[in-house]
Design a protein around this ligand. Structure first.
Ligand code: LLP
Length: 412
């Protein structure tokens, strides 16, 4: 069972902090970081899980960070990252620069990974000499869902590959400094296209003929959400990218840094969502259990039809030994799509789970990435507490949002 936190501890945490509750295992995060040591720089895509304590853990482990918004920049700074340095502690990768973010990026001198020529021009006008990356849309992309495919002509991301010369002209016009080229073709990628991606990066450097310090392979590394899902071959992945880096060094005639920008891979398997079974009912042929977490907490099944493993602890905190039965797991929201078992394209895809009693704990696994960070206050539900377990050190790293917070900004 992932994460490797003993069931008894999870049950105690649920009692202490109430449910629903996010729980992360620091050991799993450190293991994943260690697996990526074949890259010069690991840059955590904090959108996957942006809690300050997780960011601090990353920093302590020598991982740099990526930010996509003003809020994520401020999080990185609070976690102790510096925008300066080579490699920079923080890089801003966004699709557009809203005015407040542009101003802060200029003030901090933060490297910006640029996704359009307009963005590049705005940055050049506001801050001549700024350090920039160019995010390339190579004309193709892949992802676990159409919604996480970030390449090709249906994607809003990056500068279309045939317009890179125009981008370089803008760089020259404003005396901007090109730090590197970046390519992130999607999230939850299958690796059959890896050689094509590396080839596109080398081709872009050759065609542009300009100098650079670094390349970034983006993120996208998948994890096995289901038993039997392919496990990414990290050594092969690192070797192909290192070969691309060597080819590029041959072109620019000096060492080039290789960066990787994973989110999911580093944190997904460290996390689980603890919820309490509050009701069960038979609806025609379907057996439902209703838990106290909803899609406002964990959006992935409703948004992408994503599969997450589940397990059940009985009221005493022991893994349930009850006989299994096909079960639909749903939440409390006033929406029919508030169902956690809806993979295989169906709204309700019953799953074999031990027969549940009211009061049992349902664990939803592999929710460390794009779990808490995608939560919302829909149905006026507060954001959940988060706990980080690091061996014997168990810490509440975010309190449950008080209901008063939800109302504090509103006025009659
Ligand atoms: N770099 C860039 C520029 C990205 O846009 C992303 C993810 C990453 C890195 C990290 O990708 P990862 O290694 O985590 O796959 N909410 C979706 C995933 C959306 C990812 C958006 N960008 C999900 O729950 O699957």
């Amino acid at each position: 069972m992932r994460p490797n936190i003993p069931a008894a501890i999870l049950a105690t945490l649920a009692r202490e902090h109430g449910t629903p509750l996010w729980c992360y295992d620091a050991t799993v995060i450190r293991e994943r970081i260690a697996q990526l040591k074949g890259f010069d720089v690991i840059r955590f895509a904090q959108k996957a899980c942006s809690n300050l304590s997780i960011l601090r853990l990353m920093r302590e482990e020598g991982v740099q960070v990526d930010a996509v918004s003003l809020g994520e920049i401020e999080r990185a700074l609070l976690a102790g990252y510096s925008p300066k340095g080579e490699p920079a502690g923080v890089v801003l990768t966004c699709d557009l620069l809203d005015r407040a973010t542009l101003q802060r990026a200029v003030e901090l001198g933060i490297e910006v990974n640029v996704g359009s020529i307009d963005m590049l021009t705005q940055l050049g006008q506001a801050s001549p000499g700024h350090r920039v990356w160019l995010r390339i849309n190579p004309g193709f992309g892949h992802g676990h869902s159409q919604k996480t495919n970030t390449g090709g002509e249906n994607s809003k991301h990056g500068i279309w590959h045939s317009q890179l010369h125009d981008a370089v002209a803008v760089i020259r016009e404003y005396g901007l400094v090109l730090v590197g080229l970046h390519m992130h073709i999607g999230s939850g990628v299958d690796y059959s296209h890896l050689e094509e991606v590396c080839g596109a990066m080398v081709g872009a450097v050759r065609e542009l003929g300009c100098d650079l310090e670094a390349i970034s392979a983006g993120g996208g590394l998948s994890i096995p959400y289901r038993d039997g899902d392919p496990v990414v071959d990290i050594p092969r992945y690192a070797e192909l990218w290192n070969q691309a880096r060597r080819d590029i060094e041959g072109i620019v005639k000096h060492p080039v840094r290789l960066e990787l920008e994973p989110g999911r891979f580093l944190v997904a398997e460290s996390g689980c969502l603890l919820s309490e079974v509050r009701a069960s009912k038979d609806v025609g042929n379907n057996h439902f259990i209703l838990v106290d977490a909803g899609f406002n907490d964990l959006m992935r099944p409703s948004m992408y039809g994503s599969f997450h493993g589940m397990s059940l602890l009985d009221a005493a905190g022991n893994p349930s030994t009850a006989p299994q039965r096909p079960t639909v797991v749903a939440g409390p929201l006033c929406e029919s799509g508030d169902v956690f078992t809806q993979h295989d394209g169906g709204l309700v895809a019953p799953r074999a789970l031990p027969a549940a009693q009211v009061g049992d704990l349902l664990l939803i696994h592999d929710t460390g990435a794009y779990g808490a960070s995608m939560s919302s206050n829909y149905n006026s539900r507060p954001l959940l507490p988060e706990v980080l377990v690091d061996g014997d050190d168990v810490r509440l790293i975010r309190r449950r949002q008080p209901l008063a917070d939800l109302l504090a900004l509103e006025q009659f």
